[in-house]
Design a protein around this ligand. Structure first.
Ligand SMILES: Nc1ncnc2c1ncn2[C@@H]1O[C@H](COP(=O)(O)OP(=O)(O)O)[C@@H](O)[C@H]1O
Ligand SMILES: [Mg+2]
Length: 327
């Protein structure tokens, strides 16, 4: 039987301020099974990070109001957990990999000691055993001369190596769920590919659930089993990764993939999306994407389309697709 590691239903997050309300996340469903990688993709500001932070109850002091019909991690309803219990839960079950390895690592402690601490805390091993585990972990993530690098401070490593160390730390505590938020955005393209390959290999070989968050479609091509495309706080398309790439349905997805794959429309022009995300305090009427959509109709300007499951099982939030697939 498949095991659901993450199960979020109808997640809503708003940030009230003196000028109004920022509606950052508007009713998102997110599920990840053990061993699977789900990618959350969309332009910067569409609500990806807020979705992941809310899913871990990490929006504590931000002024956010979070609501959901269901928030289950590894079968536990986290809405019920106290802050202290949630902190323990995160420490034991969830690992996070962020873009900025330098600020995620302790600058005055060697990377070896930082890894040792994880093994000591999680597995109650001696210092000597922890060191052996740490060197093994550095080897696993492809850090050359691991016994030497064990003694290095974060600033003595390159950006790519630091990100490998973060990946080693994320896997060291044997979590059920790994959340990687723009894990390679700060790296050069070639290093980015190497680090993503590493993350993908480890996720698959260790059979972990991975939530991969990125604004860059090229990042998810080879990694994700399923892709959720997010626009202005809502999921606009959800599909198995291969199908989504073969045939994107939502005009926004087409634009995002088009900008990576240089997709051409019928007239041979590259598909591009004009302008930018709407102001989260003042979103347009109807479909939030309509002001940027070349296919928008009067209906699109007036009514928000639902996220509908089409006959072929694909999910898309678009009136045009819905009408095209009407039986
Ligand atoms: N702490 C906060 N207070 C107020 N607004 C926030 C806060 N964090 C995020 N937001 C807003 O929520 C929206 C979604 O942000 P975010 O999830 O960080 O986007 P993404 O990760 O997709 O780039 C943005 O409009 C952002 O300005
Ligand atoms: Mg973000």
């Amino acid at each position: 039987m498949s095991e659901r590691v993450l199960d979020i239903r109808n997640l809503k997050v708003v940030f009230p301020n003196e000028l109004g309300i920022i509606r950052a996340v508007e009713g998102i469903d997110l599920e990840i099974e053990k061993g699977k990688c789900v990618a959350l993709v969309g332009e910067s500001g569409c609500g990806k990070s807020v979705t992941s932070l809310a899913s871990m109850k990490l929006l504590g002091n931000s002024g956010a109001i979070v609501r959901a019909d269901k928030m289950e991690l590894c079968g536990t309803d986290i809405r019920e957990l106290s802050d202290k219990d949630m902190q323990d839960f995160r420490g034991k079950r969830i690992s996070m990999i962020f873009q900025d390895a330098l600020s995620a690592l302790n600058p005055v402690m060697t990377i070896g000691k930082q890894l040792d601490e994880i093994f000591i805390r999680h597995f109650n091993v001696s210092k000597k055993e922890a060191k052996e585990h740490s060197i093994e972990a550095l080897k696993l993530v492809g850090v050359p001369d691991p016994a030497v690098r064990y003694k290095a401070y974060p600033h003595e490593l390159s950006g790519g190596m630091r990100q490998r160390v973060l990946i080693a730390m994320a896997f060291a505590c044997n979590p059920d769920l790994i959340i990687a938020d723009e894990p390679t955005t700060a790296l050069d393209v070639t290093i980015q590919a190497q680090v993503l390959d590493l993350l993908s290999d480890l996720q698959k070989s260790h059979h972990k659930a991975l939530l991969l968050i990125t604004h860059d479609f090229s990042v998810v091509v080879h990694m994700a089993d399923e892709i959720c495309v997010m626009y202005s706080g809502k999921i606009v398309e959800k599909a198995p990764a291969k199908e989504l790439f073969r045939e994107p349905l939502h005009p926004y997805t087409k634009g995002l993939i088009g900008s990576v794959a240089k997709m051409e429309d019928k007239k041979g022009k590259f598909i591009q999306i004009p302008d930018s995300l709407p102001n989260p305090m003042n979103k347009p009427s109807g479909c939030y994407f309509h002001p940027r959509c070349a296919c928008a109709t009067e209906k699109c300007k007036t009514y928000m389309p639902p996220l509908r499951t089409l006959e072929n099982g694909r999910q898309v939030r678009c009136w045009i697709q819905e009408e095209a697939h009407e039986p």
